[in-house]
Design a protein around this ligand. Structure first.
Ligand SMILES: [Zn+2]
Length: 175
């Protein structure tokens, strides 16, 4: 037997729902601070050398058709030397990060956290961010919160009333 509920409620209008979500966003901005999520770096072929698929690194041969102007991405070198652009790795890694505004909680009663976290209670942080941050929180390797480095603890949780509008996540400070 399923639920028997009216197809639509009449107490809260769509306009009021939108107003609620807008006010929640304003509250987040008023109370929140910026956190930085560090994502996997992008990896692309070095334009300045060839890649050895056997060695899985640079073949240490200058690529004379490097399309970049002479500079950080284009440095002439003698074959056999280490490529000065990629350090002979054959690829360039570009760090990626994204900022979100979060409300941040750092003090917890014992009943607010998993008992397995009791010993790290003073290293915990809980963030509350916009729903759009969900995938980045899943994907990030770590986060900077109040200038300290944190790793994610457990899975982020989507929260909201009629629709999900926030992501809550626990983090542990790492040395
Ligand atoms: Zn290179």
């Amino acid at each position: 037997m399923g639920e028997s509920l009216p197809s639509a409620g009449r107490l809260i209008s769509d306009t009021l729902k939108q107003t609620f979500e807008d006010r929640m966003d304003e509250l987040l901005v008023d109370l929140g601070r910026k956190i930085t999520l560090h994502l996997e770096p992008t990896i692309e072929d070095c334009p300045n050398c060839g890649f050895s698929s056997i060695l899985k690194r640079s073949n240490n041969i200058y690529n004379s058709s490097n399309p970049n102007a002479l500079g950080p991405l284009h440095k002439v070198f003698s074959d056999g030397q280490n490529c000065p652009v990629c350090g002979s790795r054959g690829v360039l890694k570009t760090p990626r990060s994204v900022e979100y505004t979060a409300t941040i909680k750092k003090t917890f009663r014992d009943d607010q956290i998993s008992s397995s976290w009791a010993s790290i209670k003073n290293k915990l942080a809980k963030t509350n961010t916009v729903i759009d941050s969900y995938k980045d929180i899943i994907d990030c390797s770590h986060a900077t919160i109040d200038e300290k480095m944190y790793k994610r603890l457990g899975d982020p949780v989507k929260t909201g009333l009629q629709s999900f509008i926030r992501v809550k996540c626990f983090w542990e400070m790492v040395e």
